[in-house]
Design a binder for this molecule. Structure first.
Ligand code: LLP
Length: 412
């Protein structure tokens, strides 16, 4: 599968480590992240953007993998960190991210969360609505502090992606339509404590063509000249062999070409990739618990599922999968299912697996984005560990939950 190789015995190898060794060390299910590959991706983004637009910055959308180890890694690579709300803000601060590089998002930021952001010295707060402005004015009144803000705009662009992750269309709950955005801009220009740095736009996620990104730049250009244009995230990842997302470079070309024509030459561009920074560097490992044939299907049931990967249930995302501990090739079309109590708990509806047997190790690649983020305890599942691999070495950065963890918040 993408991002992996096989060793002499035919077993899968990730980041120089045989998956058999990872399964023995950490058990299954487990989420493996290839640290070298994430770092390489971050550099590709940062160097690529700097080469095309010197005054610019890549900001990692931490919602794609909100744990301190991943945030620390990307902060170390020099990226800013996008946080949605107080929880991700707290994680980013704990990870040692520079507060000045934080971009604070949310369409329902409470006063407490905004206060946390202001007090932490977060460089940028993205204003989604007029209530954000009221709350920030109140928090900053009577202080000497100034807060940098961007206005999030809803440009009326509907990218070709799953409805649940499209955000730029007219009628979206995110941001302000152009007329209201203009009103917010005017109001912020008159504020003593809020410094309007610019505008923000994010049209959606898992976008596989470049046109919506270019259209988004055109939309924000219409709002006038600013110091900062934050163009959000959204570049799609390659989940299946058939997916052909644009490369990072093609994406950067697309946005910087339009920016060169339509935005002020000295304006700073920010981008906020989440999925495309981490998705392809993650692999989920499972153990086959049961193989059941009948009614036209071969059901291969594993020890994880929608507790650790909600992408299929929520967005009908397609994943490849492979037997990981021995050589395989071809195989019968199987339905790879999880252990949870609903029929939607499928990891892959029709994946070829060669002679699947109980006890086999199964790898589902491209699970680095939004799986850890959306993992849950459905059916009392314990959330899996996160393991970094790099140059043949491995280390857990998040441990597996225990049964005791499941009761930790229960009161007597
Ligand atoms: N910036 C903002 C303001 C966002 O809302 C998002 C994603 C991003 C950046 C990063 O977008 P990306 O590069 O990851 O596409 N839970 C869904 C994904 C929702 C994305 C929400 N916003 C999933 O699991 O597919």
């Amino acid at each position: 599968p993408p991002g992996t190789t096989r060793d002499g015995s035919g077993g899968l190898v990730i980041g120089g480590v045989p998956v058999v060794e990872l399964a023995e060390s950490y058990g299954t299910p487990a989420l493996i992240l290839d640290e070298g590959s994430v770092r390489a991706r971050a550099r590709r983004y940062a160097d690529g953007l700097a080469a095309r637009r010197p005054n610019s910055r890549v900001v990692f959308a931490s919602k794609a993998f909100p744990c301190t180890a991943v945030i620390r890694l990307l902060a170390e690579e020099g990226l800013g960190i996008d946080v949605a709300g107080g929880g991700e803000l707290t994680l980013a601060l704990a990870a040692g991210a520079d507060p000045a590089g934080l971009v604070v998002h949310g369409n329902a930021k409470t006063e407490e969360e905004l206060r946390l952001a202001v007090e932490a010295g977060a460089g940028t707060v993205v204003v989604d609505n007029f209530d954000d402005i009221d709350r920030l004015e109140k928090i900053l009144a009577g202080t000497a502090a100034e807060q940098g803000v961007l206005v999030r705009v809803t440009p009326g662009i509907r990218p070709d992606t799953h409805e649940a992750v499209s955000t730029g269309q007219t009628g979206s709950k995110f941001g302000l339509p152009l007329p209201q955005a203009r009103e917010a801009i005017a109001r912020l220009r008159g504020s003593d404590r809020l410094r309007l740095d610019g505008v923000h736009v994010h049209v959606g996620s898992q976008i596989l063509d470049l046109a919506p990104f270019a259209q988004a730049v055109e939309a924000v250009a219409e709002l006038g000249e600013f110091a900062v244009y934050d163009l959000g995230g959204g570049l799609g990842s390659r989940y299946t062999y058939a997916d052909r997302p644009p490369t990072v470079e093609a994406y950067l070309d697309a946005i910087t070409d339009v920016a060169r024509h339509l935005l002020p030459a000295d304006a700073r561009i920010l981008i906020e990739p989440g999925r495309s920074m981490v998705a392809e560097s993650g692999v989920s490992l499972y153990r086959v618990v049961s193989v059941k044939r009948g009614a036209g299907h071969t059901f291969v049931a594993v020890d994880g599922g929608m507790g650790d990967n909600l992408e299929v249930s929520l967005y009908q995302q397609r994943f490849e999968a492979a037997v990981a501990d021995r050589p395989t090739g071809g195989g019968e079309v199987c339905r790879l299912v999880g252990r949870h109590c609903e029929s939607g708990d499928t990891l892959s509806a029709d994946v070829p697996l060669a002679d699947p047997r109980v006890g086999d190790l199964i790898a589902v690649p491209v699970t680095g984005a939004y799986t850890y983020a959306l993992s849950n305890n459905y059916n009392g599942a314990r959330r899996p560990p996160v393991v970094f691999v790099r140059d043949g070495a491995h280390r857990a950065v998040v441990r597996r939950e225990t049964y005791a963890d499941l009761m930790r918040r229960d009161l007597p």
